[in-house]
Design a protein around this ligand. Sequence first.
Ligand SMILES: C[S@@+](CC[C@H](N)C(=O)[O-])C[C@H]1O[C@@H](n2cnc3c(N)ncnc32)[C@H](O)[C@@H]1O
Length: 311
Amino acid sequence: MKPLVSVNVPEEVYAALEGRPLTSTVWHAAQSLAAGKPDQAEAIVRRRLMRADAAADPASARAAFIYLLYLLHQQRKHEEIAAALCAPWSPMHNGGDPDFDRMYGAAISATRSNPLPFKRSQRFRELVRLLSSTRRVGGELAECGCYRGLSSHLLCQALAAESPTFGGAGFHIFDSFEGLSAPAPEDAIPEAHPDRERLAVMTKTGRFAASLETVQRNLARFPAITYHRGWIPFSFENLPERQYRFVHLDVDLYNPTRDSLAYFHRRVAMGGMIVSDDYSWPGARRAIEEFCAQNALRFTVTDFEQAVIRL
Ligand SMILES: C[S@@+](CC[C@H](N)C(=O)[O-])C[C@H]1O[C@@H](n2cnc3c(N)ncnc32)[C@H](O)[C@@H]1O
C-alpha cells in the first residue's frame, strides 16, 4: 500500500491536497527522485499535468504542479520553471494575469530563485500593482533588502513596462549583502506564535545572504541600478538628498525596518508610498506600528501581509 507521506515532498504539496493523502503521481515521482532519477520523476509529473483530464481533479493537479516546480528548482532548471509558470497546462495561473506570470517567470529564472512557496507570487503581484499605482508620481525608487534580487527584478520589469528604455537608473538597492543583521529583543517570536518554528529559523543573523556580485549578475538586465552596500542605517549616511516615488522595505527585523522608515518617510513624494513586506514578522510589525503611531502616519495591510504607507 502507498504510504501517506514520503521523503522529498515539500509541505506545500500536502497543503495543496487539502488533507487528502499523497497522490500516486507525486509518490512515484518522489520515489524516482529518491532513487537518483530526477528526469524520470519530472516525466511522471509532466505526464500527469498534460493529461487530457488533468483539470478534473484540480487539487491533485496543483499538487503535481508544485512538485514539478520543486523538482525543477532542485535541478537548477530555472528557465524551465519560467516556461512552466506560463504554460497552458499550468493549473496555477496567477489570477488570470499572463503578463504577471511572464514577469514572475523571468524574475525567477534571472535570479535562480526558489519558486516555492508558490503563494508568495501573489504577494509579488500585489507589490507590482502597488508600484504601478504610483505611476504618475515623480521621484526615484528604493528597495531595502534584496537577497538574490527577485523583488528588485520584478519592480524593474514593471518600470520597464512603463518605460521601455528603463535600464535601472534611479533604482536604489540597500543591502548588507551579508544577510540579516542581529535580531533585537523586539524580534523575539512569542511562544504562542502559529509560525514560531519557521520564523525562528528565518530571523537568524546572516540568513538571506547573497553577495553583491551575485545580485549584480542576477540583475544584469538593469545595469544602471545603484547599489548601496552596507548595514542599514549606516548606508543612509551621506546620501545625496533625493525624492522617492516608491520604497520597498524587506529587511525582516525591527531595527532596520524602523531605521528605513525613519530615513525614507520624509523623502517620499506626495502620492508615493512605502510598502513594507514583513507585517507578519513580529519585529518588523512592531517597528511599523510604533513608527506610524509616533509620526501620525496611517497604514493599511494587504491580504499578503504587506504594510502600505501612502504619503
Ligand atoms: C528576506 S530578504 C529580502 C528578499 C527580497 N526582497 C526578495 O523578495 O527577493 C532580507 C534582506 O535584508 C537584508 N538585510 C537585513 N538586515 C539588514 C541590515 N541591517 N542592513 C542591510 N541589509 C539588511 C539581508 O541581507 C537580505 O538580503
